[in-house]
Design a protein around this ligand. Structure first.
Ligand code: CAA
Length: 374
């Protein structure tokens, strides 16, 4: 089995690492404190060709594979998880349009999604429909050459800065369809960013649709294919969140290791105490395991193997491990870890949502169990 990376994968990881270490890391604490959207980072990602990382070259993208994408996202998340989730949701929308869009939709939206002005937002969740996607209430009624959308969406990542919204809406009894809604479309209102525990630079808002008229040409896929589109998009998205989690575990490991060597207690650096060594060892093992499962899942996708179950496993393992790692990082820092002055406090808060968005840990277990029991 050959696990060496290709030149393209190495180069993508190196580009992302350089940006993360030279620019993103230094800004992350302030963006978090200010709950400020990382506009500068998004511009830099666009300039480096990382916004359209997996978009075909024909549409101005870098045509990177999933392994290269996962490696890049790990580097970005190591510095700032809020930037990483912005990037991953943009990629999710771009990939979904690449896969399901018409030529006209690809020509219009894919180049836009490579730019800071055209970020993608994925609008599935509603106040009464999170894990249970069949409970959607937002409706789209056909009216001549248009569909008219009415309803609510919630927890929509990047909504304040998005240029295009991929919106799932009910189009008939037991029928859901997917629509591309341009920013500024009359009848769509974007709410204020939610005050969140972590990943505060990523803006997450409600959407309100009231008589929002969308051309029928903006239907993505066929009528009734909305859930299939959304859930297959989330399969790939879960590799992104697993990658993000791996980056965050790495950041915890680095912080713990550095601090354990610097801080002394009972007459020696705490790194020489077995209790601390075990926390570092457990984090190193979980990093290795989560990274390996995430990258093999990405590889499976790249070679065309089924990967739904493995993506759920990678997301479950990596996001739960990220939370355990952040807990240990705070533990190693002791009281200082509880202070906003230290990075591990932010890592702890940033980790929490990883087991919630793009499917809770319980939903991942449900997907895995269904596959195992099938
Ligand atoms: N790929 C393609 N199609 C799929 C699929 C997949 N992985 N999984 C299910 N489907 C299809 C099914 O074939 C079915 O289609 P038909 O009706 O045509 O047969 C349809 O989707 C519904 O599937 P199920 O009957 O299996 O639905 P279910 O209600 O029993 O359960 C579920 C499905 C796995 C629980 C699913 O609802 C799920 O994954 N829920 C979690 C949703 C989620 O992850 N939300 C995250 C919000 S988005 C977000 O967080 C993004 C962000 O901004 C960060």
């Amino acid at each position: 089995m050959d696990l060496r990376l290709s030149e393209e994968q190495e180069a993508a990881r190196e580009t992302a690492r350089e940006l993360a270490e030279k620019k993103l890391l230094a800004r992350a604490a302030k963006l978090d404190a200010d709950e400020a959207f990382p506009e500068e980072a998004v511009r830099e990602l666009a300039d480096l060709g990382l916004l359209g990382m997996m978009t075909p070259e024909s549409h101005g993208g870098a045509a990177l594979d999933t392994v290269g994408y996962a490696l890049s996202l790990m580097e970005i998340a190591r510095a700032d998880a809020a930037v990483a989730v912005t990037l991953s949701v943009n990629n999710l929308v771009a990939e979904t349009i690449t896969q399901w869009g018409t030529d006209a939709q690809r020509d219009k939206y894919l180049p836009l999604l490579n730019t800071p002005e055209g970020l993608g937002a994925f609008a599935l969740t509603e106040p009464g429909a999170g894990s249970d996607v069949k409970a959607l209430r937002c409706r789209a009624a056909r009216d001549g050459d248009s569909y008219v959308l009415d309803g609510e969406k919630t927890w929509i990542t990047s909504a304040t800065h998005a240029g295009v919204f991929l919106v799932m809406a009910v189009t008939g009894e037991k029928e859901t369809s997917a629509f591309l809604v341009d920013k500024g479309t009359a009848g769509m209102t974007v709410g204020k960013p939610e005050p969140k525990m972590g990943q505060r630079g990523s803006h997450t808002c409600a959407l309100h649709f009231s008589g929002c008229r969308v051309p029928a040409a903006n239907l993505l896929g066929k009528p009734g294919e909305g859930l299939k589109i959304a859930l297959s998009a989330l399969d790939a998205g879960r590799i992104g969140i697993a990658s993000l989690s791996v980056g965050l575990i790495r950041a915890c490991l680095e912080e713990m290791t550095r601090y354990a060597k610097e801080r002394s207690a009972f007459g020696k650096p705490i790194a020489e105490h077995q209790a601390v060594q075990w926390m570092i060892a457990d984090t190193a093992v979980e990093h290795e395991a989560a990274e390996a499962l995430t990258l093999t899942t990405a590889w499976r996708r790249d070679v065309g193997q089924p990967f739904t179950e493995k993506a759920a496993m990678a997301k479950l393992l990596a996001s739960e491990a990220a939370n355990r790692s952040a807990y240990r990082a705070v533990q190693v820092f002791g009281g200082y870890g509880y202070s906003r002055e230290y990075r591990v406090e932010r890592l702890y808060r940033d980790a929490r949502v990883l087991t919630l968005y793009e499917g809770t840990s319980e939903i991942q277990r449900l997907v895995i169990a269904r596959n195992v029991l099938a």
